[in-house]
Design a protein around this ligand. Structure first.
Ligand SMILES: Cc1cc2nc3c(=O)[nH]c(=O)nc-3n(C[C@H](O)[C@H](O)[C@H](O)COP(=O)(O)OP(=O)(O)OC[C@H]3O[C@@H](n4cnc5c(N)ncnc54)[C@H](O)[C@@H]3O)c2cc1C
Length: 389
């Protein structure tokens, strides 16, 4: 992508194809899935079969080897169509850790099957109940015994476990008091959930505000083959952090898709709804918030493209990826509020989809990274303010 190109004109064929696929999963589909508290299996299956979720897997492993910019357009279009990429984004980016840090044998073993959809790798287990964002203090341990590791501990909020075959796990392999830096001594493993569940791993679903399959995990002497260790023992946190820029940019794109969806719905309704003998959108008190929300989504989208362009050029993009995520999550949340307000009471009716998307987009203020942690990153790493934790 060149700096003088209009980024919104990029990848028209991808936009068109994703839109057309998503059109088969309409409002009625998402309402049915939500009512049944089900996983949108046929939607994820259709995206997989069309190859969209293997966008970032190189062609040598059966993926389409697209750029992150292109992948962000895919995520944006899913959410812009009214869908929820939260159900499937893991399948696009969790494998990145394996791709960047796995051995050739591991990549040959898993990537082609992930690309074809034969294997789902859409879970990543990092968060723990007692340590939260303070990742280096996590308490789950993996202790080597011969050709395997024994894993013990607990995780919380681990998504899509019941719809994954493989899960990435971050666990401590060297106790905190025996490492030089607190970020050392953590390791990443591929857990084959088909072997693990019921044999050392217990999965307990958490009912939550959105229809998002997420779980508590309990590890009790779970055996993980030593062959499933990714990269070097003790360097796992670095490997996970390496993947975060891509994740931030893709999540920003989802927020942008949501933002456009809310703005479009709000504008359509404000044009059509007549109260006091005129369209409500004729009142500046109604139209200005929609205009402001649109402006903020547009601005966030530019930062997303900047971050993605740097990422695709192999250049540092931590600052831009974090800023894009914060701007986009704020813009989509503002647009959600405006859209709900514009619809008055009807915004609360499930059949309009607004209350569902409102709840879904609210999540991005908290997960996969909370707004405060992005502010702290920018304060410390960009503005060189003193470390706060
Ligand atoms: C639906 C859902 C799905 C999720 N899926 C996954 C998943 O698949 N895998 C996974 O590993 N995790 C997942 N998470 C967890 C998510 O990443 C965490 O909830 C998030 O990172 C925040 O951690 P926490 O909930 O422990 O909050 P805490 O760390 O307890 O923080 C609580 C609040 O305090 C603020 N805070 C904490 N410390 C500071 C500080 N020093 N300065 C300023 N503010 C601070 C935080 O910003 C936050 O707002 C998911 C969460 C949800 C809700």
């Amino acid at each position: 992508m060149h700096a003088d190109q209009d980024p919104d004109q990029l990848y028209p064929e991808i936009r068109e194809a994703v839109r057309s696929l998503c059109a088969d999963f309409d409002s009625a589909y998402w309402q049915r899935v939500e009512e049944q508290e089900a996983f949108p299996e046929s939607f994820v299956q259709a995206l997989t079969q069309a190859g969209w979720l293997s966008a970032l897997i190189p062609e040598a492993y059966g993926g389409s080897g697209l750029s992150l910019t292109a992948a962000s357009v895919i995520m944006e279009e899913i959410n812009r169509s009214g869908g929820n990429s939260g159900a499937c984004h893991g399948q696009m980016y969790v494998m990145g850790c394996l791709l960047r840090h796995g051995s050739d044998a591991q990549k040959q073993r898993w990537l082609p099957a992930i690309a074809s959809g034969e294997l789902r790798m859409q879970s990543m287990a990092v968060t723990e109940p007692s340590t939260g964002t303070d990742t280096t203090k996590l308490k789950t341990t993996a202790v080597r015994h011969g050709d395997k590791y024994l894993v013990n501990g607990q995780k919380v909020w681990i998504s899509r476990v019941q719809h994954s075959d493989l899960m990435l796990l971050l666990a401590r392999t060297t106790p905190l008091d025996q490492v030089k830096r607190k970020s050392d001594g953590l390791s990443v493993f591929v857990v084959d959930l088909r072997d693990a569940i019921g044999k050392g791993l217990t999965v307990k679903p958490i009912r939550n505000m959105v229809n998002h399959e997420t779980n508590e995990l309990f590890f009790d002497n779970l055996e993980v083959p030593a062959d499933n260790l990714i990269g070097e023992e003790g360097k796992g946190l670095k490997y996970i952090l390496d993947g975060l820029n891509a994740e931030r940019i893709l999540i920003a794109a989802e927020c942008i898709g949501d933002g456009y969806w809310f703005v479009e719905r709000a504008s359509n309704y404000a044009r059509d709804r007549v109260v006091f003998d005129r369209p409500i959108g004729q009142n500046q008190a109604v139209q200005f918030p929609i205009a402001r929300a649109y402006i903020n989504v547009e601005a966030a989208s530019l930062m997303r493209y900047k971050a993605a362009r740097l990422f695709d050029a192999g250049r540092p993009c931590g600052k831009e990826a974090n800023i894009a995520k914060l701007l986009a999550a704020d813009a989509s949340w503002e647009a959600a509020n405006v859209c709900l307000q514009t619809h008055g009471g009807f915004g609360f009716a499930a059949e309009y989809d607004i209350e569902r998307k409102f709840r879904e987009t609210r999540l991005y203020q908290v997960a996969p990274i909370s707004t405060n942690l992005i502010l702290s990153y920018v304060a410390e790493h960009v503005l060189e303010l003193p470390r706060s934790f």
